[in-house]
Structures are given as structure tokens and as C-alpha cells.
Ligand binder design. Structure first.
Ligand code: MLT
Length: 274
């Protein structure tokens, strides 16, 4: 992976990969990772797409090499809008001279909705990947809040083991599974708690899908257990003109499990905007 850059954003140092095509007008792909991961989940997209696009892959506040910067403040419950606002601060500093595409994976996709509401003018296209528009069921919300409360006691290793069985299609190489589990196990527990509380509080964005007026690509692993392909197909149907790509043989971690198929879809979408 290439060297990381750092941007000071509202009390936090946000680390990001910034690499790839320097040709004028190239599309910039802003790759926004899931929970509780880091830019490392995009290694195949960074390697495979940098010849065609500019590829920017941040670590969200508190993950990877980014600091948490005192968030959340005691008087302010955590919301996904915090991540959206950080990304909105970062984008103008990139000085992109071509289209900018927000690529949101899972929690990064949940964050796309507040980003769209607050900062729509900063992007020219949207990719929603292995994510959902609906809010949590009561059970899912309770599970998140329990983890947020107990994570100090449990440690991130327990989260990694809980997630290990849910993230991948059967037959995924052990090396890939171990790599993702190691990233989760090394995540900061305060960041895990903040994300879980923020995700538990997110509203249902289904109604708003019809107002998305950006070129949109929806991508999902055919065997994704966490954010099922049927639900993602409905998201694509609700967004005017959106394309849906189902990735055969992939679970939730489609960008790592089936990088070639994901990269073909991203490259085609990026090209369609230039
Ligand atoms: C993710 O990959 O970001 C998580 O699975 C999202 C979630 O916990 O709902």
C-alpha cells in the first residue's frame, strides 16, 4: 500500500491514501471503508484502479492511522454525520480536477446518506456497496448498544471473532479472512463504541432514495449475509437510473473476495463520468 497523507480536520488527524492517475480530468474514487476496518480493505482497488483513476482511501476518524480527536464529545451523541463532515473537509483539499465519486462500503454506505444530504455538491457520482438504506431492527440496535457498552471489557478481538463467520462467502481463502480479522482485532475500542452508537441512531434512508440525483452504481456480493443482494437490488430500483451489479461468489467483503469483478464495475462507472 502506498504512503499515507494526513489532513487535520476538526481536532482529528485523518490519514488517507492518495494515489493513481494524474492525468487531467481523471475520476477520483473516494473509497470509504466499513466497520470496524480501515483503508486496508481497499488494497485491491488501490492496486487495480490506480492506473485509470485517482484513488483516495481515507481511514475514518479513529480507525487505522486516523485519530479519534476527542469525538464524541460528552454533550454530543455520536452520529454518522461526523464521518460525512470529515470527508467533506477532505474533498476540497484534494484539488480534484475531474469527477469525484463517493464509494461507500457498508458503514461507509450508511454514511453516504448524511453525506448526500449535507454535501451533495462535492460529488459527481455515488457507489453504494454491500450496504443498506434501512435503519436497524430493534434487535440489531440493542446488539450494537450492548457492544458499545461492553467493548472495553470484551476487547476488539471478540468483535473480530463475532464478525469472522458473517463477512465472507463459503470457500473464501483463509488468508483473506485472517487479514480482515486482524484489522478488526486491532481497531480502537472507543472508535468501535462510537461507530456502533452512531449506526444505531441512523434513520431509515429508504424514503430519500428517490431524491438521489447523481449517477449511481449499486454493488453487492451475491452471498452477502449482512446486507443481502435482494435488498440492494431494491435500493438500485429506487434510485433513478441506478445500475445494479451482483458479484457472484462474494459475501459482504466483495471488494476483497472478488476484486476483479468489483474493479471492472468501478472502472466502467468511473469512465462513464469523464
Ligand atoms: C460494516 O461492514 O460496515 C458493518 O457490517 C456494518 C454494520 O455493522 O451494520
Amino acid at each position: 500500500m502506498t504512503d499515507l497523507r494526513h489532513a487535520e480536520v476538526d481536532g482529528a488527524s485523518i490519514a488517507y491514501v492518495d494515489t493513481g492517475a494524474s492525468r487531467p480530468g481523471a475520476t477520483t474514487l473516494l473509497l470509504v471503508h466499513g466497520f470496524p476496518l480501515s483503508h486496508a480493505m481497499w488494497r485491491e482497488q488501490v492496486a487495480g484502479l490506480a492506473g485509470d483513476c485517482r484513488v483516495v482511501a481515507p481511514d475514518l476518524r479513529g480507525y487505522g492511522e486516523s485519530t479519534l480527536g476527542g469525538w464524541p464529545r460528552a454533550d454530543e451523541p455520536p452520529r454518522l454525520a461526523r464521518y460525512a463532515d470529515d470527508l467533506a473537509e477532505l474533498i476540497p483539499r484534494l484539488d480534484a480536477d475531474g469527477p469525484v465519486v463517493y464509494v461507500g462500503f457498508s458503514m461507509g454506505g450508511y454514511t453516504a446518506f448524511p453525506f448526500f444530504e449535507r454535501h451533495r455538491s462535492l460529488i459527481d457520482g455515488l457507489v453504494l456497496m454491500d450496504t443498506r438504506a434501512a435503519d436497524d431492527t430493534d434487535d440489531a440496535r440493542d446488539t450494537r448498544l450492548k457492544m458499545a457498552e461492553k467493548i472495553g471489557e470484551w476487547g476488539a478481538g471478540r468483535v473480530a471473532e463475532l464478525m469472522r463467520t458473517k463477512l465472507f462467502a463459503p470457500g473464501t481463502a483463509e488468508g483473506i479472512i485472517d487479514e480482515v480479522v486482524a484489522v478488526i482485532a486491532s481497531s480502537d475500542t472507543a472508535s468501535i463504541a462510537a461507530s456502533q452508537r452512531a449506526m444505531a441512531a441512523r434513520p431509515d434512508s429508504t424514503e430519500g432514495l428517490g431524491s438521489i440525483d447523481l449517477p449511481t452504481l449499486v454493488v453487492c456480493g451475491a452471498e452477502d449475509e449482512l446486507t443481502p443482494a435482494a435488498e440492494m437490488r431494491s435500493i438500485a430500483e429506487a434510485i433513478r437510473g441506478a445500475e445494479f451489479v451482483e458479484v457472484a461468489g462474494a459475501g459482504h467483503m466483495a471488494p476483497l473476495e472478488r476484486p476483479d469483478e468489483v474493479n471492472v464495475a468501478l472502472r466502467r462507472f468511473a469512465d462513464s463520468l469523464t
